[in-house]
Write a protein that binds this ligand. Structure first.
Ligand SMILES: [Zn+2]
Length: 99
């Protein structure tokens, strides 16, 4: 799977406040409203809103994501990669990964 990265208008993770100004995804690079996004800092999912802002998914959207087996697998893979990177960072630096 090849990821494409695009610059997006700066926004913040609705969970941890991490500044987000780029997005990577398979296929087209530019995210559109309604796309599921994952924060590279805390690995939580958010939804891109109509104005490009990130918001927490509704309960219904969380259920839809869980029922999409392919998307659910992608999210699990990203989350595992991020967890491994955070663990590696903490081992190498002795610092705590900010989540
Ligand atoms: Zn976050």
């Amino acid at each position: 799977m090849t990821l494409k990265t695009a610059r997006i208008a700066a926004t913040a993770c609705p969970y941890c406040g991490y500044k987000i100004d780029s997005a990577s995804r398979p296929g087209r690079s530019q995210p559109i409203p309604g796309d599921v996004m994952m924060c590279l800092n805390c690995a939580k999912m958010s939804i891109m809103g109509d104005a490009g802002e990130l918001r927490r998914p509704t309960r219904e959207e969380v259920e839809e994501i869980k029922q999409d087996a392919e998307l659910d697998l992608e999210i699990a893979a990203y989350r595992a990669t991020l967890t491994a990177a955070a663990t590696d960072y903490e081992k190498r630096t002795g610092k705590r990964w900010k989540r």
